[in-house]
Design a protein around this ligand. Sequence first.
Ligand code: CAA
Length: 260
Amino acid sequence: MSETVGVEMLSSGVCKVTLIRPEAANALSVQLLEKLKDTLEALAFQKEVRAVVFTGAGDKVFCAGADLKERRRMEEEEVRRTVALIGETIEKVAKLPQPTIAAMNGTALGGGLELALACDLRVAAEESVYGLPETTLAIIPGAGGTQRLPRLIGVGRAKEMIFTGKRITGAEAYLIGLAQYACPLAKVETLALDLAKQMSANGPIALAQAKKAIDNGIETDLATGLELEKLAYERTISTKDRLEGLEAFKEKRKPQYIGE
Ligand code: CAA
């Protein structure tokens, strides 16, 4: 059976995860999803992984979402199981402690865009298209799309995208805040890897705590969020990395963080 998910550890501490089904627009088949889920479960515990970049094989599509050909052959129960598997897998992306970046090196639709929405940042290709076309297939975005998209771009714009199923360009995705960067397709991966490298040089416990404080804080009121921030800060105070940061500053050198 051919490999559907590639995992490459770079010397910078960045792990590149590639969806590999270019013949099927990197669609999320059950086989790919199971491999991706196992990969994510492992990455969450790997201390040497400081940031994760998701990308798609080929030069046209990041991910076309659910495998529609596979789904056509499924009975209702199997569809339910597969939708749950997509949801669980994408939730594992969101719950990774490391910073995550979707290097959307081409079109991302449906579950493909939902995977990107579960990442911390998104880099889009100016000329590619992005959308949640589920209602055009008489289903709804079911892997976080109805929740994460409005939080990111506002309720009105999210409803427009979901109700019409329209596809917007990467340039538009940047303008409405869906993507944090838009650049020519050929530069997407380099830009994303560069951002991830900048993050991977920072204290890993600090990154994980900042991510937790932001993600949990945004779901609550300001006073509770500030309490969560206090707890997250507290977790960094007793670390060796905090002392290393101060030492490196004194010695005018780059800090070497170890995640302890
Ligand atoms: N599932 C399975 N195969 C897919 C696929 C998908 N989602 N999307 C594309 N493919 C296949 C095509 O059938 C084609 O295969 P063949 O050569 O064997 O015909 C191959 O990938 C290349 O596709 P195209 O020839 O269409 O290439 P393109 O560059 O012209 O267009 C595309 C690419 C824009 C992704 C277009 O194929 C497309 O619009 N695909 C459908 C995407 C879609 O509707 N996704 C939403 C799925 S629903 C969902 O994700 C909800 C959920 O449950 C999570």
